[in-house]
Design a protein around this ligand. Structure first.
Ligand SMILES: Nc1nc2c(c(=O)[nH]1)N[C@H]1C(S)=C(S)[C@@H](COP(=O)(O)O)O[C@H]1N2
Ligand SMILES: [Mo]
Length: 438
């Protein structure tokens, strides 16, 4: 299975879109023509390693000839170093060593799109509305983003988002979908209002059981009647104090790719419940039946099955809280290390709605485990940071494995967890390679 998209392929499909993705081309609000400017121009000049004296004459959608000769996978604007898994829609993951920051910067946050995201041209934050409706709302309400910001109390929290399909690439038989390795996870700091404050403002009827979202992205087929995705969470999850409607990430307006100007964040569950480009919230009197809630999407066999088994839709259950997991973010896998010095290793750990209680590392393929230092989360549903000091007995090839155990005593598995048709919930121990020499 192909897991990267080359520059040519990308430009062949839609040159203008490619420009926007690779260099962050911006659209002139007056002429509505695309051109390279500001950061887009800087990105292109950086890629070329030279300034472009006649940049203003350079047509949009043109692959610079210098780059056209390479078959290198392209980079997304503002996302240097992320691996592109798909370009239509754009999906990109972050290599583990680039997730070393305690708070994930926007430039290192994975991107997962199910449809065609809105573009800057058709999103105006000053004219953005959120509708709250559905069978179980007492008063249907429409709030502008400004009203939302002015009416409810603001909250800032670090909240981790992990795609339900993170780790999919390891399953055999393979599951279709983006072949995520370990990088569809991040923990930025979000600012917004509580979903529950907004829902309570509108009135929640007694028969409400689920809260769902709709966003402004469009279906890949181009059919305006279809939504690319519309998911949700049971009412109890929506009413948690950490479930937010956010307009800022790390103190900046949400980046376009992450849902500008408004998104939902219900952390600890598959990130597919955290709707981007949010324009509608529905209080439902039934389990939400929107796009990607049913069938095999974001659902796993209710009971374990043999690898490769056919599982009917009726035997599948909706994924809720994500499993316990950890990542080694330092050192980078494949680095060499001198045997005379101790090696400082570190990373993060998380466990859906739960807290991680212990973190262990192993350098002998899981035969023995040493306890690492583990910090508490800064707030509920933020990932936790761990560190360990490792000594190696002799020169050679080692793997460092990390294993988290949560507050229920549930541990990450050494090897792959239960196979499922769509390849969700792989929380196997993360492993990195280190070669040790005197
Ligand atoms: N409107 C909308 N919201 C969406 C999606 C989408 O395609 N459209 N993708 C979902 C999925 S599957 C994931 S994993 C997260 C990814 O969020 P990110 O791109 O900000 O990392 O957004 C979720 N919210
Ligand atoms: Mo996802």
């Amino acid at each position: 299975m192909k897991d990267k998209v080359g520059l040519h392929e990308l430009y062949a499909k839609d040159a203008d879109a490619a420009d926007e993705q690779v260099f962050g081309r911006q659209v002139d609000p007056v002429s509505r023509r695309g051109f390279l400017r500001g950061s887009g121009l800087v990105a292109m000049m950086t890629a070329l390693g030279a300034s472009i004296p006649f940049a203003k004459y350079m047509p949009g959608g043109l692959i610079p000839a210098a780059l056209a000769q390479t078959e290198n996978a392209f980079q997304l604007a503002g996302k240097d170093g992320l691996t592109i898994l798909n370009d239509r829609p754009v999906n990109a993951e972050t290599p583990a060593h680039m997730l070393d920051d305690e708070i994930t910067p926007a430039s290192r946050m994975f991107v997962r799109n199910n449809g065609v995201p809105p573009t800057l041209e058709n999103v105006d934050a000053n004219n953005w509305f959120l509708e709250i409706g559905g069978e179980s709302v007492a008063n249907e309400t429409k709030l502008s983003l400004t009203e939302l910001q002015n009416t409810f109390q603001h909250h800032t929290l670090q909240l981790q988002l992990e795609c339900g399909g993170n780790g999919r690439s390891e399953f055999t038989p393979p599951a279709r979908g983006n072949q995520w390795t370990t990088g569809a996870i991040g923990c930025p700091e979000w600012t917004g209002v509580r979903l529950r404050d907004v829902l309570q403002h509108c009135g929640i009827n007694d028969d409400a059981v689920y809260v769902a979202y709709e966003g402004a992205d469009t279906h890949l087929s181009g059919d305006p009647k279809k939504l690319p995705i519309s998911r949700g969470v049971p009412l109890h999850k929506a009413l948690e104090k950490e479930s937010l409607l956010v307009w800022a990430m790390n103190g900046e307006p949400l980046p376009m790719l992450h849902g500008f100007p408004l998104r939902m964040v219900c952390a600890g569950w598959p990130a597919s419940v955290s709707g981007k480009w949010l324009n509608k919230i529905l209080l439902r009197d039934r389990v939400h039946d929107g796009e990607k809630m049913q069938g095999q999407s974001y659902r796993v066999p209710c009971k374990p099955v043999a690898p490769g088994a056919t599982v009917t839709d009726a035997e599948m259950c909706i994924i809720e809280s994500m499993p316990v997991k950890s990542l080694i973010t330092f050192p980078k896998s494949g680095n060499s290390h001198s045997r005379n010095a101790e090696l400082e290793v570190r990373g993060h750990a998380w466990s859906g709605d739960h807290q991680v209680k212990r973190l262990y590392t192993s350098i002998d393929f899981g035969a023995t485990w040493q306890r690492a230092k583990l910090r508490k989360p800064v707030n509920r549903l933020a990932w936790q940071h761990w560190s360990a000091t490792i000594e190696f007995p002799e020169d050679g090839y080692y793997e460092i494995w990390a294993r988290a155990v949560d507050d229920r005593g549930i541990s990450q598995p050494h090897v792959l967890p239960a196979w499922n048709p769509r390849g969700y919930l792989n929380n196997a121990c993360h492993r990195i390679a280190v070669s040790v020499a005197g």
